[in-house]
Design a protein around this ligand. Structure first.
Ligand code: COI
Length: 358
């Protein structure tokens, strides 16, 4: 029996899929034909529907535009070798969405609504899930406060939207990053663990400064002492030192990354020593100075596993190992094989959407 939420669909009259250039995908620039929307009003989510992708109509007084009540997620759908579609760990993304919403004083999205919205949208726009190796359909659930009232208050109205777009690599080359000790991404007690829009907006200026110095991203340090490494822009951070996979422990200033958790799980299962522990930039520099081969990489849904080839620590340049036998590539390949169904999904991470095969 189909127990899914009933979601009315208004189909587009003119699909844009023939305009899609799969060999030249620009992240975020090619939305699929449709989007999901539901409204929160009178204390509940109402009117779920799938409509042609298009602009929203919200009041210029909408609270989310002024005071930052916006929360989002990012997850991916992959085409399997058999032609079906895998949504990767949607339940874990849902749980994080609700934690973020809670931190921002926004109403939870029921799990069934979240999963059904994704399922129905991906099913409808299934031709947009690319099969080319390294590509996927990126899905962006978003909740934004829409109550038209300028008072500084928690909104009583919201929109929950899901849009999708095919993507290839988020970062096309190996990354150059700079340890950031002037600006802060997130302070203890703040919103760092929430996937709220403000965290990203506040990071733009420091990232722009780093870019003008020739770097792709910053390596954030803790806001109190600017000593311990926390995240890189848009990614969780991992190091391999002495064969040990190291990542900073989760805290209220670090995003609980789904890719982070997946890699830790695969590494532990593969007998790789893992440490979730604080690592200071001074300890990292000491390890470089001792001549050890060190790997550094960022991980995230969009970024997947992105090798770092340069780290600037207080003006000195260090070069992590990025050779083809690096551990990060082994982990990346294993994760990719699970995404696309060429390796057994022992953890039931994939939510399978059966497609009607042509
Ligand atoms: C993701 O990896 O899904 C993100 O949300 C990071 C970035 C694209 C905003």
């Amino acid at each position: 029996m189909d127990t899914m939420t009933s979601i009315p669909i208004t189909r587009t009259r003119q699909s844009r899929i023939t305009e899609l250039d799969i060999d030249h995908l620009v992240f975020g620039a090619t939305p699929t034909d449709h989007m999901f929307m539901a409204a929160f009003r009178d204390g509940g989510w109402q009117n779920p529907q799938i409509v042609p992708f298009g602009d929203l109509t919200i009041s210029p007084l909408a609270l989310g535009l002024h005071y930052g009540q916006t929360v989002f997620e990012g997850l991916k759908a992959y085409r399997t070798a058999a032609g079906h579609i895998h949504l990767f760990r949607p339940h874990r993304h849902h749980a994080r969405l609700n934690r973020s919403l809670g931190r921002m004083g926004m109403p939870a999205v029921p799990e069934a609504l979240f999963i059904d919205a994704l399922h129905r949208l991906v099913e409808l726009d299934q031709d947009w899930v690319p099969a080319k190796p390294g590509t996927s359909l990126y899905l962006r659930p978003l909740v934004i406060a829409t109550e038209p009232r300028l008072g500084v208050k928690i909104s009583e109205e919201y929109l929950f939207i899901v849009v999708g777009m095919p993507m290839a690599d988020y970062y096309t080359g190996k990354l150059k990053v700079k340890v950031e000790t002037r600006f802060s991404r997130a302070a203890s007690g703040g919103t760092g663990a929430a996937k709220c829009g403000g965290n990203y907006g506040a990071a733009f200026y420091p990232a722009q400064q780093a870019k003008s110095g020739g770097f792709d991203q910053v390596l954030w340090t803790d806001a109190t002492h600017h000593e311990f490494i926390e995240e890189s822009g848009t990614m969780n951070i991992f190091f391999v030192i002495d064969g040990i996979l190291i990542t900073p422990p989760l805290s209220d200033s670090i995003l609980d990354g789904v890719t982070r958790d997946s890699l830790l799980t695969l590494a532990r299962a593969g007998g790789i020593p893992v440490e979730e522990r604080k690592i200071s930039y001074k300890a990292l520099e000491k390890a470089f100075l001792s001549g050890k081969a060190i790997e550094a990489f960022g991980v995230g849904t969009a970024a997947m596993v992105s090798p770092i080839e340069v780290i600037d620590i207080m003006g000195k340049t260090y070069y992590p190992s990025v050779g083809p036998d690096a551990l990060m590539y082994r982990l990346k390949n294993e994760l990719q094989a699970i995404h696309t169904g060429t390796k057994k999904d022992s953890y039931y991470w994939n939510y399978i959407i059966q497609t009607v095969l042509q």
